[in-house]
Design a protein around this ligand. Sequence first.
Ligand code: ATP
Ligand code: MG
Length: 416
Amino acid sequence: MNDILPDQTPDWQYLERVFRELMQSYGYQEIRMPIVENTALFKRSIGEVTDIVEKEMYTFEDRNGDSLTLRPEGTACCVRAAMQHGMLHNQTQRLWYTGPMFRHERPQKGRYRQFHQFGVETFGFTGPDIDAELILMSNRLWQLLGMSDDVVLELNSLGSAEARSQYRDVLVEYFTAHQDELDEDSQRRLHTNPLRILDSKNPAMQTLNDNAPQLMDHLDDESRQDFTALCNLLDASGVKYKINPRLVRGLDYYSKTVFEWVTDKLGAQGTVCAGGRFDGLVQQLGGKPTPAMGFALGIERLIELIEVPQQVKAQRRPHVYLVLAGEQAQSKGLPLAESWRNEVSGLRLQVNCGAGSLKSQMKKADKSEAEMAFIIGDDELEKNALSIKFLREKKDQQQVAFDKVIPYLQKIVSST
Ligand code: ATP
Ligand code: MG
């Protein structure tokens, strides 16, 4: 679990802002769920025989003896919240959330025990138009972040529950015939969750998986039609994709469309964004049948891929660092700074606190990355003017009368 330190938070804030604005522009609303839920929620939704539920959850008993779990992902929580608050009856929802998720995995680059996701979930839309919308939205995010060249879209359809259960039999037959080639995990999954064998990250399983019967050849008619329609919508929108018949996703609740955006820039942990339909989940959790589709993206992996624009970086730096040399200047400084802040909206001003010599204050001014230092000392107080020293540009020191400071600041702020 990582601390996110002040030199990193600006990147996070930038991502959060871009994401929030993107969501607004498509008419999605934010939902905030608790970080802790009943353990049963995750067991019933994600599935008992998944990596997450089998070995990754942070589960504990609270003081009442209830079994609670730090959320390993947001979809189940979002479904629980939407059901609980009657948001699914006779209506559609387009929702998004962000926040920490917890999985007790082996920590490595791109894989942490507390990590963060942006998530999007929609309810009440059968698709494939909404499937396309979600993919287009994620595609636009890569464009906004300037990382379109770093990711490729992989698509698959898992079909209806019935089609999947027929396919499951075919798959069990195939893997049973090759039982001696299965690794330990796959042996275990053969009878509990054979589709997950296809998702194996073990290179030794690659050839066996490549030759396995493909779900695409066992789809029900509706799933096949929807999948074709989705591909047509993506073609018409100019979004490139690769159909990956082995894309099954690690969670049990998916059906029909599934997709991942993957990159080769991050080593082994290449999935940046992953999602799909989960038409059966609401009913599975006790609600009425409700079509649903969503995706989640890992913020840590995104942070690795993006370059924050210079212009955005510049907006973090103070315009002005106020140097207060001498006791008289110090007593005047804070009230003066407040009066400027009252008048100049958008002003980024850092006031020297803790006194210090002129030299040490100028050092702090430089470290603050401010564009300029405003200096007030005895000399300035006498002249009713402050001195301006430019810290980045080669420009001569200036003096500005106290009663001209506000228009001066307004000019600086409006020109940046
Ligand atoms: P993976 O195949 O990488 O284990 P997953 O299928 O477990 O991913 P999801 O549950 O679909 O992942 O989560 C969506 C996204 O969240 C992933 O694509 C990834 O970007 C991110 N993510 C998942 N687990 C972690 C983790 N432990 N640390 C950092 N990011 C993660
Ligand atoms: Mg995982």
